[in-house]
Design a protein around this ligand. Structure first.
Ligand code: AMP
Length: 511
């Protein structure tokens, strides 16, 4: 494997392996230097982009030369355009054949796939290219009809793509260019066996453009196996938080353990209020889907313009919510990690971590939703005592202390409005039932103590087709194989560790 290409931009703007997009832009090549199709250049100009970002000036030239590219870049760095622009330029030269797409982009989630499709629409508006989006929630029939006619670009989640393939509707032997986007998230979701299979169904002569924010050993193995002498383009040190994001954490201890959830919600409202007009819009992250629903409902109840997004919501609702958030008609998006992964919302002023993420690198992904493309952003987090270990892990990863913020409420008080709502009468119920039913009524109807068991975010596989037992085991294996999950102290629990396990011994006794 050829070693890292040098980053565009002068040395003084970099720390080791890190390029500050804002600084570097001033010194960069122009789009017109990159050999892109003039019609693509026109679309770029119309999109208002002046200079290529580092990943773009690093990845576009080798991609246009037909080389494999290994791009190590987070979302928000302009990486989508770094593969769509050369792809459109290369594909503009040929023609699609029935049932044999010429290029394939694999994305871990439906939202990300839809976003990539939008990018293709934006940049190929002056070029005649056909595309199909193979994601769950869209009927097979419509997608089959498109594929039958022949498409230049197929954008898909791995599960749905394999479903189409297995139904005999699709041939991957005409793939000239294959893109794997957000490979690290694919790994988290147990997609690596699917990706390997898809690689093996495409011609070995294909060109591969492979993107990942981090290089876990499993990803390294995959790239060593399927990429041929790639140009390695790295624009951010592994798990580096962008420097233009102001960060802070409120260390919070509830007045009583059983009031923690409602007091946290009150604290969140106070943090939002404290930001005033500076908080034009925000993504609020929770670790569990049940909490995503509860926090969204609670905020709505208190008059905030909020809506949830997670893998259990149907596709049309997710799309509506996201569109509203993008257009500015929705101010607060309450999200789980998987649903929010890779979402490109151009100007999010704030990210609130309602929970400290259990995996340190998720913190970097979460706060990367703000401060995108060089804008300033603010990321605030609530840390309860049992999350202090996870906070330590984050600080070790980002190599700095996250500034402690004053609790805007002073000391925590009980939340009468929410606490006074009676518990649901039905009891006992299984934990799963509780999780599913509680948010349907009102946030306050959540049985106390708060459910401690995880409500694991379904992988896109679960969204796009039914889980298969054999895949589950490979998913678990991939996750436990990861070398960069140091923040997780418990192995074999999947991505969502029950919170009680993270309690210190003293906390457990107290609770
Ligand atoms: P991505 O990392 O692909 O999710 O892109 C992040 C954001 O940067 C998107 O909103 C893009 O529209 C925007 N963007 C991409 N390339 C450029 C560029 N060269 N100049 C300004 N903005 C860009």
């Amino acid at each position: 494997m050829r070693k890292t290409r040098d980053h565009p931009g002068p040395a003084h703007t970099r720390r080791a392996g890190h390029v500050d997009v804002r600084e570097t832009r001033k010194h960069m090549t122009k789009f017109t230097d990159l050999n892109l199709n003039p019609k693509v250049l026109k679309a770029i100009e119309e999109a208002g982009y002046e200079t290529p970002t580092p990943i773009q000036s690093g990845a576009i030239p080798p991609a246009l030369q037909g080389r494999d590219v290994l791009g190590i870049a987070q979302t928000g760095t302009g990486k989508t355009a770094s593969f769509t622009l050369p792809m459109i330029t290369l594909l503009a030269r040929g023609r699609a054949r029935a049932r044999m797409p010429r290029s394939l982009v694999l994305c871990p989630t439906r939202e990300l796939a839809a976003q990539v499709a939008e990018n293709f629409d934006t940049y190929s508006k002056h070029v005649k290219l056909t595309k199909a989006l193979l994601i769950g929630g869209v009927s097979f029939k419509e997608q089959d009809a498109l594929i039958d006619k022949g498409v230049d670009v197929l954008i898909a989640t791995p599960g749905r793509l394999l479903d189409h393939f297995e139904r005999g509707k699709l041939l991957l032997t005409g793939i000239e260019i294959m893109v794997v986007d957000e490979a690290d998230r694919m790994l988290d979701m147990g997609f690596i066996p699917d990706i390997e299979r898809i690689f093996s169904l495409t011609p070995f002569t294909r060109q591969t453009l492979f993107f990942s924010a981090t290089m876990a050993p499993e990803i390294e193995r995959l790239t060593n196996t399927f990429l041929s002498n790639p140009d390695r383009v790295e624009v951010a040190r592994q798990a580096t938080a962008a420097e233009n994001i102001e960060q802070g954490v409120v260390i919070f201890k509830a007045s009583r353990k059983d009031r923690e959830a409602s007091e946290k919600r009150k604290l969140l409202r106070a943090m939002i209020d404290g930001e005033g007009d500076k908080c034009t819009n925000a993504i609020i992250f929770c670790n569990r889907k049940t909490d995503v629903d509860i926090v969204a409902k609670s905020l709505k109840q208190y008059g905030y313009d909020a809506a949830p997004i997670h893998g259990d919501l149907d596709q049309s609702q997710r799309t509506r919510t996201l569109d509203g958030f993008r257009e500015g008609s929705l101010r607060f998006l309450i999200a789980s990690d998987v649903a929010a992964r890779g979402l490109d919302v151009p100007s999010v002023s704030h990210v609130f971590n309602f929970d400290v993420p259990g995996h340190a690198e998720d913190y970097v992904h979460r706060i990367g939703r703000t401060g995108r493309a060089g804008r300033d952003g603010k990321a605030m987090m609530i840390c309860v005592p049992r999350d202090e270990k996870a906070l330590d892990a984050i600080e070790r990863l980002v190599e700095k202390e996250i500034p402690r913020l004053e609790n805007p409420l002073g000391s925590a008080r009980p939340e009468p409005a929410e606490e006074s709502v009676p518990r649901p009468a039905k009891s006992p119920r299984s934990k799963k039932e509780s999780a599913a039913e509680v948010p349907a009524e009102a946030p306050a109807a959540r049985p106390q103590p708060a459910p401690r068991d995880p409500a694991p975010e379904p992988a896109a596989r679960d969204e796009d087709r039914g889980p298969k037992p054999s895949r589950k085991s490979s998913s678990a294996r991939s996750r436990s194989d990861r070398g960069d999950r140091k923040s997780s102290n418990v192995v074999g629990m999947g991505d969502h560790m029950p919170s009680f396990i993270a309690l210190s011994f003293d906390d457990r006794r107290a609770g």
